[in-house]
Design a protein around this ligand. Structure first.
Ligand code: SF4
Ligand code: SF4
Length: 183
C-alpha cells in the first residue's frame, strides 16, 4: 500500500515469554494492590448514613432568615441580586399592610423571591451584600433532582422555619451558623 507520508514507523512486536503469556504476574500484582488498599484508611464514606463534618467556611443552600419573633428579615432591597455574579436571584417587593407587622419585620418585604440553583455558584456574595441578615448560606446541600424546573427555589423553599412555632426546625436549618437575628 502506498504511504501518504513518510512518518509511518514500523514497530517490532516483542515475543512474549511463556510466563508472560499466563498473565499470572500481572494478576498477582493487581491483587496485591487491591489487598494493600484493604488496610488503608478509606477516603470515601457511606453517605447518607455517615456525614462529614462541615468546614467552618462551607457554603450550602441559601436560607431566608427570620428574626427571633418569626418575622421575615428580607426587605426586598435587591442588593443580593445586584451582588450575585451569576444573576441567579430575582424578587418582587411588596408593601407591608396594617396587621402584617408580625409577618414582616420592615415596611417592605419580598412577595416573591427566587434563586436559580442551576446558576448559583455558592460564592456567598448574596450573604455578604445583605444589610438585613436576611439571607445566608446554610450547611445543607442543595438536593439533587431530575427536572431543571425544580432547581428554581421559591421563597417558601428558602424560608427558614419559624422559631416561634417550630424551634427545632429553625435550629436544624440554622445548623452551627451564628445568625444575628436583630439588626
Ligand atoms: S451564592 Fe453567589 S451565585 Fe449563589 S445566589 Fe448567592 S451571590 Fe448568587
Ligand atoms: S435578602 Fe437581603 S439583600 Fe436580598 S433583598 Fe432581602 S434584604 Fe435585600
Amino acid at each position: 500500500m502506498q504511504a501518504l507520508t513518510n512518518r509511518a514507523k514500523q514497530v517490532e512486536r516483542a515475543q512474549m515469554s511463556f510466563i508472560e503469556q499466563l498473565y499470572l504476574w500481572n494478576i498477582l500484582k493487581g491483587m496485591f494492590i487491591t489487598f494493600g488498599h484493604m488496610f488503608k484508611k478509606q477516603p470515601t464514606i457511606r453517605y447518607p448514613e455517615q456525614k462529614r463534618e462541615f468546614s467552618p467556611v462551607f457554603r450550602g443552600l441559601q436560607v431566608l432568615n427570620r428574626d427571633e419573633e418569626g418575622r421575615e428579615n428580607c426587605t426586598a432591597c435587591g442588593l443580593c441580586a445586584v451582588a450575585c455574579p451569576a444573576e441567579a436571584i430575582t424578587m418582587e417587593a411588596a408593601e407591608r399592610l396594617p396587621g402584617e407587622e408580625k409577618l414582616y419585620k420592615e415596611e417592605k418585604y419580598a412577595a416573591k423571591y427566587e434563586i436559580n440553583m442551576l446558576r448559583c455558584i455558592f460564592c456567598g456574595l448574596c450573604e455578604e451584600a445583605c444589610p438585613k441578615d436576611a439571607i445566608y448560606l446554610s450547611e445543607t446541600f442543595t438536593p439533587a433532582d431530575y427536572a431543571r424546573k425544580n432547581f428554581i427555589y421559591k421563597k417558601n423553599d428558602l424560608l427558614i422555619p419559624n422559631p416561634v412555632t417550630d424551634p427545632k426546625g429553625f435550629a436544624d436549618a440554622r445548623g452551627s451558623k451564628v445568625i444575628r437575628t436583630s439588626k
